[in-house]
Design a protein around this ligand. Structure first.
Ligand SMILES: [Fe+2]
Length: 180
């Protein structure tokens, strides 16, 4: 069974499909905190899959709605950071975000129509995309900011960001970006 294979990959518990590792840090605590939340949401979706198809559909779609909103909030945070520092990879990075959102919305639509309802495959797609994106694109963004810090041209940054939690609460707030 796919479920057992996924749960038995060594660094995951039976209740989680992915666990945060310090090596995932991109050196920007605000971004790392949001990545941890994305991992929490992926595990929440995974756990809803484990409860069986009948139970999972309604719960799963509810969690996905929160996840889509949180992903939008997270991407807008990263894009604001990249714009503020004139990050040269901004356009390509933003395109990855846009393509991912389009792909997720298409998958949600499929799940809704029930034609190709495969929530576990969707969870694995989310997990793989998040980990690859963090390892490559977000790490490159983090390195660029850390280089600016080393050169003395960036210490901290304060940004106005929309606060969104996984339960869908939202509001405006100031976030202070501190580089490690
Ligand atoms: Fe990103």
């Amino acid at each position: 069974m796919v479920v057992n294979a996924a749960a038995g990959k060594g660094n995951t518990s039976s209740n989680d499909v992915v666990l945060w590792k310090n090596s995932y840090s991109v050196g920007i605590p605000l971004v790392d905190a949001q990545h941890k939340e994305l991992i929490n949401l992926t595990n929440k979706l995974y756990r809803s899959c484990m409860k069986g198809r009948e139970h999972s559909k309604e719960v799963f779609m509810g969690v996905i709605r929160g996840a889509v909103e949180y992903v939008g909030y997270h991407f807008s945070t990263e894009e604001k950071i990249m714009e503020r520092v004139n990050y040269p990879g901004f356009t390509a990075h933003k395109k990855e975000h846009t393509d991912f959102v389009r792909e997720v919305l298409r998958a949600v639509d499929d799940l809704n129509k029930d034609t190709t309802y495969n929530p576990l495959a969707f969870v694995h797609y989310l997990k793989d995309w998040i980990l690859t994106h963090i390892a490559v694109s977000d790490t490159a963004m983090g390195q660029y900011l850390l280089n600016l810090k080393r050169q003395g041209s960036l210490q901290t940054m304060t940004m106005k960001v929309k606060q969104v939690t996984q339960t869908g609460e939202s509001g405006e707030g100031q976030k202070r970006l501190v580089l490690q």
